[in-house]
Write a protein that binds this ligand. Structure first.
Ligand code: SF4
Length: 317
């Protein structure tokens, strides 16, 4: 069932996930489409997320947006960043000199090369912010050596988080390491199933990445409502590997799936191994925090003997 609508206000709206935006020229959603989308979201009782471009919107857009409860996702460089917004950095380098104490949720998009070189810069952000989500934009390029580097980076960042929780009583949320500690079931992005995107052209897409890949690959329009073809394939219960998995924090990115395996419901080896390294690092972090005293005693992350759930399925064949 649809729960969320992402409204991409402009072609140059920031990416907040794995995909890269490929449009340089501003192309703002027409105001009448925006108003129709807001009315439709009210009727459908949807949670709305607006994705902002760099520039300041015309006042009539702000008035329309404020008519509905929503979340704003903005580039961190947006001049009117305020409490409650999700602020997105397009690299770790872009975070230099930024004040992380203003109460926003932060997303940092980075590539593996930058992460491997600059992960130490995340320490100060983890020490001061309330929530940080790190998104790696080229997971599909990880190789065996990268997996071991990533594992050791997660261990180093877990030490920072343990100190924050145990010594400073600062319960920082960090998607890669603390989300799995708190979750008891899958919490994936739900693109095309629980969540749909409306692009500036007034058409729906499974997520913004599908719009950038091919604007003709749409899933209906705001005049006639969404029409997602083969929607069952986007659901967890039709994902033969993911439905047995307990890397609950994994994005289970259906766009990445299609990019790497040509099937929206089949993940790549790289996406699964990265998510399992995070899952296992979360398990160790949970144990380390508990050494200092009781901590979320009702949650558990069991030990497993595989790093890619596809191996489990293969062994059962
Ligand atoms: S780790 Fe792999 S199997 Fe598990 S949810 Fe993520 S993509 Fe699916």
């Amino acid at each position: 069932m649809l729960k969320y609508l992402i409204i991409q206000l402009d072609d140059t709206s920031t990416s907040f996930c794995h995909y890269n935006t490929s449009h340089d020229n501003p192309n703002l959603m027409p105001l009448d489409i925006l108003k129709k989308a807001i009315r439709w979201s009210m009727v459908e009782n949807l949670n709305v997320q607006f994705i902002y471009p760099e520039y300041t919107l015309p006042e009539e857009y702000n008035e329309a947006i404020e008519k509905i409860n929503h979340t704003k996702i903005k580039p961190a460089t947006y001049e009117h960043l305020s409490e409650g917004d999700i602020a997105v950095f397009n690299s770790i380098a872009e975070t230099q000199g930024f004040d992380f104490t203003n109460g926003a949720n932060y997303v940092i998009r980075t590539c593996k090369d930058e992460l491997f070189k600059s992960f130490n810069d995340l320490r100060a952000i983890l020490e001061t912010s309330g929530r940080l989500s790190l998104v790696i934009s080229d997971i599909q390029k990880f190789d065996k050596n990268d997996f071991s580097i990533y594992k050791s980076i997660l261990e180093r960042l877990a030490e920072v988080i343990r100190t924050e929780y145990v010594d400073k009583r600062h319960p920082i949320q960090f998607n890669l390491l603390t989300d799995r500690m708190m979750l008891i079931s899958m919490n994936n992005c739900g693109a095309g199933d629980e969540c749909i995107t409306l692009a500036p052209n007034g058409r729906f897409y499974i997520c913004p990445a599908f719009y950038y890949d091919n604007p003709e690959d749409n899933a209906g329009d705001i005049e006639n409502g969404p029409d997602v073809k083969n929607q069952q394939l986007l659901k967890l219960d039709h994902a033969p590997i993911c439905r047995h998995c307990d890397a609950f924090q994994c994005h289970r990115c259906v766009w990445l799936n299609r990019l790497t395996t040509l099937e929206v419901n089949t993940p790549s080896h790289e996406q699964c191994v990265v998510a399992h390294l995070e899952r296992n690092a979360s398990r160790q972090l949970l144990a380390d925090i508990r050494e200092a005293g009781e901590f979320i005693p009702d949650k558990d992350i069991p030990e497993i003997d595989y790093i890619d759930p596809f191996d489990l399925v293969k062994n059962k064949l």
